[in-house]
Ligand binder design. Structure first.
Ligand code: SF4
Length: 443
């Protein structure tokens, strides 16, 4: 085996990677096959509440975004520009953020409802957790365009979490009743309870995995964590998700015990908030300097932390006790809706919309807790919420002595993204941390 000169630690591929890809493929197939099995087909920008609709059948209902082919598009710059231009030509302009423009294009073009085999599948209804105003508006447009009902919950992120939680809870209960009328199906609380328990167990396991990334060397890097988090995004309510994260937790514990690092080096540890989807390779650009991203909003998208008695962030506790106490629909919904999501939020996408001052310090605390030497922060050009959150965090981090850089990113609108300029800014920032580029003969 050839060991690179800059290598500090042992490294090896992740055994669970193939399983994650298998689950991802199965979920995609499942979405298009659900209707023929008699399962519900639901579309929307889901950020939570996946367990909710299990009460109408199985956990294998179709749970699709407005653009089931988004990932394929975003890897193809020409297709991305074609879709963005199409939506612009329809007069939407800057009313819709780049990410949502791709979704809207696929809806207006009829692509979102076309299965890979050419069948047209119209959802039973739209359902969304409306985490930002543009998402709420998009749900309305799609509902009108497809002629299907629109169910949603709206957050109320004021200063009183209890009121916010009660407000959301009432909306969820109403949504179940509305969905019973729409589908003519009877809701089964036992199925809901089982799915909520899976969702909570998934959150516990994911959080424990992310907490282990405090170890030096980090067993996983940010890009790996973001990809390994996909089953939790799409199927956290299913037992397959719980089984997957049990396996991954065992593997990560083994890596920590045996000092197996994500990349084999770790000259500096970084926190990266948000993610340049149009140029995912930039997530790993710091590796050219021997630095590794070990924490951030996308790597920890599904993790929930709480502060222990010393103020340290640890994986949420009390989940097993919570699961054992769930006996009714009310218990189950309270366990996950609003404030029931135990632990600190991560800041970042979708959670920063209302009271920036309440969450702006969280990424900085996260960077400190995960022993980071610096922070890379981004603001989406066409998302006011993300932009202001990134800029506020940068100012606060600098005032606290935490090195931080801010850059303008895009979720999808590649026409506004300057990858070359950004690499130069990364070079300057990484140099300011005392790093030099790893030369070819060191690799
Ligand atoms: S990027 Fe901003 S506008 Fe777009 S979906 Fe996320 S929070 Fe909403």
């Amino acid at each position: 085996m050839v060991i690179a000169k800059h290598q500090q630690y042992e490294t090896k591929p992740i055994d669970c990677w193939a399983k994650m890809k298998e689950l991802r493929r199965a979920r995609f197939r499942n979405n298009w096959e659900a209707r023929s099995r008699g399962d519900l087909v639901i579309m929307g920008e889901h950020m939570g509440n996946k367990a909710l609709w299990t009460g109408f059948g199985t956990g294998h209902y179709a749970n699709m975004s407005f653009s089931p082919y988004w990932t394929g598009v975003i890897r193809n710059p020409d297709e991305t520009v074609r879709l963005l231009s199409y939506v612009d030509s329809k007069g939407y302009g800057q009313q819709v953020c780049g990410a949502l423009k791709i979704h809207l294009a696929h809806i207006l073009m009829g692509v979102a409802t076309k299965s890979p085999s050419g069948e047209t599948i119209i959802p039973d209804f739209i359902y969304q957790d409306n985490f930002c105003p543009q998402v709420a508006r998009l749900g309305h447009i799609v509902s009108k365009h497809l002629g299907v009902p629109y169910l949603y919950t709206e957050s109320f992120r004021g200063s009183d979490p209890e009121k916010s939680r009660e407000y959301q809870l009432e909306q969820v209960k109403e949504n179940i009743e509305r969905a019973e009328k729409i589908t003519g199906m009877k809701y089964d609380d036992e199925k809901l309870i089982e799915a909520i328990k899976n969702e909570l167990q998934t959150a516990k396991l994911v959080s424990q995995i992310c907490e282990l990334n405090k170890s030096i060397p980090a067993p996983l890097d940010g890009r790996q964590l973001a990809s390994l988090g996909l089953p939790a995004v799409t199927m956290s309510h299913q037992k397959e998700s719980v089984e997957f994260y049990k396996m991954l937790l065992d593997e990560v514990k083994y890596r920590v015990q045996n000092q197996i690092s994500a990349r084999g080096f770790e000259r500096k540890r970084l926190m990266m908030d948000t993610f340049p989807w149009v140029a995912p390779h930039l997530f790993r650009y710091p590796e050219k300097y021997g630095a590794v991203v070990v924490a951030g909003d996308h790597p920890f998208l599904n993790a929930r932390f709480e502060a222990d008695e010393n103020g340290d962030w640890v994986a949420i506790t009390g989940i097993d006790e919570l699961c054992s106490s769930i006996r009714t629909r009310e218990d189950a919904l309270r366990a996950t809706v609003g404030g029931g999501r135990v632990g600190k939020s991560k800041g970042g996408h979708g959670s920063q919309n209302w009271r920036i001052e309440q969450v702006v310090g969280e990424p900085i605390e996260m960077a400190k807790q995960w022993h980071c030497d610096g922070m890379i922060l981004a603001g989406e050009r066409d998302c006011f919420q993300q932009m202001s959150f990134g800029l506020e965090t940068k100012l606060l981090a600098t005032s606290q002595g935490m090195p931080a850089m801010f850059f303008y990113s895009v979720l999808a609108d590649i026409r506004q993204f300057d990858a070359v300029g950004l690499q130069k800014r990364f070079d300057i920032f990484l140099g300011s941390l005392g790093l030099t580029k790893i030369s070819a003969d060191e690799e």
